[in-house]
Design a binder for this molecule. Structure first.
Ligand SMILES: [Zn+2]
Length: 343
């Protein structure tokens, strides 16, 4: 099973600053790893297109679009305390969004069952009217909009396993039931959102599922959450498409995070998601790169995920969640059992 990869060198030309952790080398390292002989035959490289202004406005205000557009050609613009742009960042951000649309078209035409967008800048913190947390436009949210509006899907599962909560993505679909947002994230931590009690609003109530996690969680804890919360929720929701905000900052070597997930752990999470997609969505699975700042940890984790997507099966995971974590997980399941069949 070949995995589609959407990539272009334009993504290297977004430079938020010399000492910024979200740097072009992240993608360089991933590309080097994927060129090695164990992976090169399993992947197929695709070119992104540029998203239009009209498409960006599905998820963002015109004022926000214009603010980002105005950074074009300028060597450095600081947009928030940790988000900055260079000459080509606007262009890169448009292609990062357009990459999602190319990927979705490929899935729709059944050319691939999984496509991974290897893009920068990331997207899940980008709000309707604000760039934040290294993000300019919300790639994953715009992917969901495209799937709803253009491809006419009506149930999309959006899984966000980045270390951080995807505040922007959550906000985009908080009052809707067509997109179920599921997030695991270190908590309390940046950006501060993603409490268990944030469950959606109005007809969207129950369609936001946040599982905040204490620092120190590793493969066994994450996998337990995916098996015991995500899988049954997805089984009941029956998504027609699965989108993953794939951030690799829960990796044990990540300099920004306090989690202990290994590259095999990410592979195991990908296997659960792959099975979820196969069960109701004919396997349709789109992943888009979010965070992940240990260059080696990032490249090895992406490699492991791609091995799983191309049919390697679930990597071996060692260990069991602690008794204390088990207890917490039972509380989480009890909490969501008002919306979903969890017991
Ligand atoms: Zn992150």
């Amino acid at each position: 099973m070949q995995v589609g990869l959407v990539y272009d060198d334009i993504f290297l030309r977004h430079r938020p600053g010399d000492y910024h952790p979200e740097r072009p080398e992240r993608l360089v390292k991933i590309r080097e790893r994927l060129a090695q002989e164990d992976l090169a035959p399993r992947v197929s490289w695709l070119a992104p297109r540029k998203a239009t202004k009209e498409e960006i406005l599905w998820n963002h205000s015109e004022a926000h679009y214009e603010r980002i557009a105005a950074t074009a050609g300028k060597p450095y613009v600081q947009l928030d305390p940790d988000t900055a742009t260079s000459e080509d960042s606007f262009e890169a951000a448009l292609y990062a969004v357009g990459a999602q649309f190319v990927a979705l078209d490929e899935l729709f035409r059944e050319n691939f069952s999984s496509v991974f967008c290897l893009v920068r800048p990331p997207g899940h913190h980008a709000e309707y009217d604000q760039a934040m947390g290294f993000c300019l436009f919300n790639n994953a949210a715009l992917a969901a909009h495209y799937a709803l509006k253009v491809l006419k899907f009506s149930r999309i599962l959006l899984v966000d396993w980045d270390l951080h909560h995807g505040n922007g993505t959550q906000r985009s679909f908080y009052q809707h039931r067509k997109v179920l947002y599921f997030s695991t994230h270190q908590f309390p931590y940046y950006p501060g959102t993603g409490r268990l009690e944030e469950v959606g609003h109005g007809e969207g109530e129950g369609y936001t599922v946040n599982v905040p996690l204490p620092a120190g969680c590793g493969d066994a804890e994450y996998l337990a959450v995916f098996e015991e919360v995500l899988r049954p929720v997805a089984r009941a929701f029956r998504p027609e498409l699965v989108i993953v905000s794939a951030g690799f900052d829960p990796h044990e070597d990540d300099p920004l995070g306090g989690m202990r997930v290994t590259s095999q752990g990410f592979g195991a999470l990908a296997q659960v998601i792959k099975e979820v997609a196969e069960e109701s969505a004919e396997g349709r699975l789109l992943l888009t790169l979010e965070g992940g700042y240990s260059l080696t940890g990032l490249a090895e984790s992406v490699a492991r995920v791609i091995r799983v997507l191309s049919g390697d099966g679930k990597p071996e995971i060692r260990g069991e969640p602690s008794a204390k974590f088990r207890e917490y997980l039972e509380d989480v399941k009890r909490f969501f059992s008002r919306y979903w069949p969890l017991s």
